[in-house]
Ligand binder design. Structure first.
Ligand code: BES
Ligand code: MN
Ligand code: MN
Length: 462
């Protein structure tokens, strides 16, 4: 596109400063103490969309956090791109593991980001990636090169399961009508190996509670004579995988889509270095389901993981106690055709069934969502592929991701359009972890690539 390089060079300091300002607001959706900051962030996004050239922007209240909606219509006969992103972020804890405060962005270089990366919670997931779209829009409107209509829908509850976005989408079919949905909230293989995400895993998230005696007990007086809820819970969790690391819940794999030999061979072509992978994580071996490679285990196979476990005494020193209760948070990543509600039910039935006598077990479902796979023969994928080819000088590799954006399958169901996942983060960017960061090169590359998507999508739609 005309002048994009010059535009980026001339404006890159401002692009960075504006993102830094956005990253300073702690829009943590999981913690209600940050409600004011969440609202402040929505206001900031609204202002930036107006400045970028939207001719209509509004903040839609929901029972939870507001959804910012903006649009620019240039011609009803031209296609419409709907951009989705989120302005909320994960909680930053454990805070003591951050090298600099999570909401005081700093720029530092890393091995993967020799041009510098911006360190802050939300830098990559998803404020930085969302804001690339705002700046791409600014470029297109300022230089009179916006080739089609645009709509923005930026929500504030993605990190807590998009609990209110579903209703908003269901109630606003006309407003949100579009020809393609564009999201930057995923990653790519490496800066010199561009890839487009073609799949997301589904999710079922549950909390379990095991109750033993009606009060905490002296572990000497009662130990050995009553079921210890923590012992029981860990034993039950251990039973959820067999010796091949298959999940043992009856029916769990019934609907799992098995890939053909050819599809698996195609996947195996993506560059991957096991030694570097282990080195980056400081582990001496990888682990997982027998019969699958690392890249398959974290994308086309379903999983079950404990995300948190607690109970009893965890303070300083020792306390001899048998706790009355033990808890765990468990996530199951799902693959195409598995239904998250059905899986949640299968989990619940099984977990209650394996509870031994002497304890009561409760399963509390949290949230979930379906997986998603996007075809690579669509106009949208072609447009994205062309855009990467021009910006990176290489044709991107299609790659399924292990992460989840549960609302994407609902978009397809309600709005009947395909989603294109143009992510510019790297796995090493530490999203959800301490020291999250986003490469400046990646940020600017995203701003460069996005307008090309608009151009090709409009051309290919003719
Ligand atoms: N942006 C991520 C999802 C993601 C990251 C997908 C990288 C692919 C590659 C998103 O914000 C996220 O964290 N999703 C959650 C699910 C949500 C219901 C909390 C996840 O995947 O754990
Ligand atoms: Mn995200
Ligand atoms: Mn996230």
């Amino acid at each position: 596109m005309k002048d994009i390089q010059t535009y980026i060079t001339q404006n890159k300091d401002r692009f960075l400063n504006e993102l830094v300002e956005l990253l300073k607001i702690p829009s943590i959706s999981a913690d209600s103490a940050y409600k004011t900051d969440v609202l402040k962030t929505a206001e900031a996004v609204k202002l930036r969309l107006e400045q970028a050239g939207c001719d209509f922007v509004e903040i839609n209240e929901t029972p939870g956090n507001p959804i910012v909606y903006g649009e620019k219509t240039i011609d009803k006969n031209l296609p419409t791109v709907l951009v989705y992103g989120h302005y909320d972020v994960q909680p930053p804890d454990p805070i003591n593991l951050w090298d600099s405060p999570p909401f005081e962005p700093v720029i530092k270089t890393t091995d993967k980001h020799p041009d510098g990366a911006i360190f802050a919670r939300g830098a990559c997931d998803d404020k930085g990636q969302m804001y690339m779209h705002v700046k791409a829009m600014e470029f297109m409107t300022n230089t009179n090169q916006l080739p089609c209509n645009v709509k923005f829908m930026i929500e504030g509850e993605e990190e807590v399961g998009s609990v209110n976005l579903g209703d908003f989408v269901k109630n606003n079919h006309d407003k949100l009508k579009n020809d393609v949905i564009l999201i930057s909230d995923t990653g790519m293989i490496a800066n010199d190996v561009p890839s487009i995400t073609t799949g997301l895993r589904g999710l079922s998230y549950v909390e379990v509670e095991v109750t033993g005696p009606n009060r905490d007990l002296h572990s000497g007086l009662y130990g050995g004579a009553v079921a210890n809820p923590i012992n029981v819970l860990t034993k039950m969790i251990a039973q959820l995988h067999d010796e091949n690391n298959h999940i043992t819940i009856p029916g769990f794999y019934d609907r799992v889509e098995e890939l053909s030999k050819e599809e698996r061979a195609e996947m195996a072509k993506a560059p991957f270095n096991l030694e570097n992978y282990k080195k980056a994580l400081d582990i001496d071996a990888v682990y997982g389901e027998a019969g699958y490679t690392t890249n398959e285990r974290n994308s086309i196979r379903p999983t079950l993981d404990v995300n948190g476990i607690w109970g009893g005494y965890t303070g300083e020193g020792a306390k001899t106690v048998i706790a009355s209760k033990a808890y765990a948070k468990i996530s199951m990543r799902l693959v195409p055709n598995q239904d998250w509600k059905e899986i949640t039910n299968l989990f619940q039935t099984h977990f209650e069934a394996i509870a031994p006598e002497g304890v009561k077990v409760k399963v509390n479902p949290h949230h979930g969502g379906q997986g998603y796979v996007t075809p690579i023969d669509s106009i949208g994928y072609q447009a994205a592929s062309n855009a990467y080819r021009d910006a990176f000088g290489k044709t991107p590799i299609p790659q399924r991701s292990g992460g989840s954006i549960p609302i994407v399958s609902l978009f397809e169901q309600e709005l009947k359009s395909k989603t294109i996942l143009m992510g510019f983060g790297l796995d090493s960017d530490a999203i959800h972890s301490p020291n999250e960061h986003f490469g400046i090169w990646n940020y600017l590359k995203g701003i460069e690539t996005i307008p090309l998507f608009y151009k090709y999508f409009t051309e290919l739609s003719k």
